[in-house]
Design a protein around this ligand. Structure first.
Ligand SMILES: *Cc1c(COP(=O)(O)O)cnc(C)c1O
Length: 347
């Protein structure tokens, strides 16, 4: 090997899906595929998930949800939650995307576009349960529910879901959020919506807190085998990292070895002097990260052309590296540049 490579093991991914689904059942699993499926490649990931029987996909923006629709086929449900303009709403509706709606103006836009194109938009209303990122404030909820009900009667939308996202900062905050969520669901049901799905939890809460699962959980990280920073180990969760970043040894000197992966391939340069790689060769300290090469501590009989595992299931995980610089494993993964070829196993 003479360039870095991101190996994606789709059989390990499928095994993670089985574990996650068993854990959250009878709630269904929505596989989150934002950021090109956390850097794993949206198309390959979705195609395998469809084979494994996953019926819901969550993509952040409309562009990615259209890619998800093409990869998943016409029967899957694809959910997109970024608030966008009318052109993109039209694109989403013509591809049968479920829309997350977190403000009143966006609701008006969705209804207007649906009316103009004689379609019925499937809407999931988002209550702001404390994250204050996006979402209808509890004080505005009754007004928005009334508006949505009027649009539903007019045939422009169908409210099929109520959802929110948790801060996951503390159990108490999440409990308070769940109280607000339950009230919002009750108000929506009292208004007459026939809700198909209530969804609140992502990876951590869906595993740790059964009462947060409702009908559907939106899980990304754990399906890719990425544990939470500071959280339980992969083995305790029963999942395995799906991606392995490998880099070739490019130069060997007495006091240092160079490997062919660097900042322009997506390695955060702050990993230098913090991270330790833990491949078969032992423990290798990361000393300096240049644009295309990284200098690491030497090991006996290091040879040019040999592969070093930067992260992966049999070495340090992406989250292990992330913890040394105070970030999360997802960030290490989504930063792996498109310059690094993805090589799939089990396709
Ligand atoms: C990213 C995201 C998720 C999935 O979070 P994980 O911790 O990766 O499982 C779920 N819902 C929303 C709204 C998200 O942005």
């Amino acid at each position: 090997m003479n360039e870095p490579e991101l190996r994606i093991d789709l059989d390990d991914f499928a095994a993670n899906l089985t574990v996650v689904r068993a854990h959250v059942a009878p709630a269904q699993l929505m596989l989150i595929v934002k950021d090109d499926a956390y850097g794993h490649g949206l198309e390959q990931i979705i195609r395998r998930a469809v084979v494994e029987g996953i019926g819901w996909f969550g993509a952040f923006d409309v562009r990615e949800s259209l890619r998800a629709r093409r990869a998943a086929g016409p029967r899957a449900r694809v959910f997109s939650w970024l608030t966008v303009g009318r052109d993109q709403i039209a694109d989403a509706l013509s591809s049968d995307i479920d829309l997350g709606v977190g403000d009143a103006e966006f609701l008006d836009d969705v209804a207007a576009v649906a009316g103009a194109s004689e379609e019925t938009a499937r809407v999931h209303l988002k209550i702001d349960t404390g994250l204050h990122r996006n979402g209808i404030r509890p004080e505005d909820w009754p007004m928005v529910v009334d508006r949505a009900r009027a649009f539903e009667r007019a045939g422009r939308i169908r409210v099929v879901g109520v959802w929110s996202h948790l801060a996951e900062a503390s159990d108490q905050e999440d409990d308070a959020a769940r109280g607000i969520f339950d009230e919002a669901v009750r108000a929506a049901e009292d208004a007459g919506f026939a809700l198909e799905v209530r969804h609140l939890a992502a990876s951590a809460a869906s595993f740790a807190r059964p009462q947060f699962r409702y009908d559907l959980v939106r899980v990304g990280a754990f399906c890719y085998g990425v544990r939470s920073a500071g959280g339980p180990a992969e083995a305790d969760l029963g999942v395995r990292p799906v991606a392995t970043l490998l880099a070739p040894v490019t130069h060997v000197a007495d006091h240092a070895v160079s490997i062919g992966v660097g900042a322009l391939h997506g390695l955060p340069s702050s990993l230098a002097r913090h991270a330790v790689l833990a491949p078969a060769q032992g423990r290798i300290a990361v000393e300096d990260i240049g644009p295309f090469h990284t200098t690491v501590s030497p090991w006996p009989h290091a040879a040019v052309g040999e592969d070093v595992t930067v992260f992966g299931p049999d070495a340090a995980s992406a989250t292990d590296l992330a913890e040394t610089i105070g970030t999360v494993g997802e960030e290490i993964l989504v930063r792996v540049s498109p310059l690094v070829p993805r090589v799939y196993r089990g396709e």
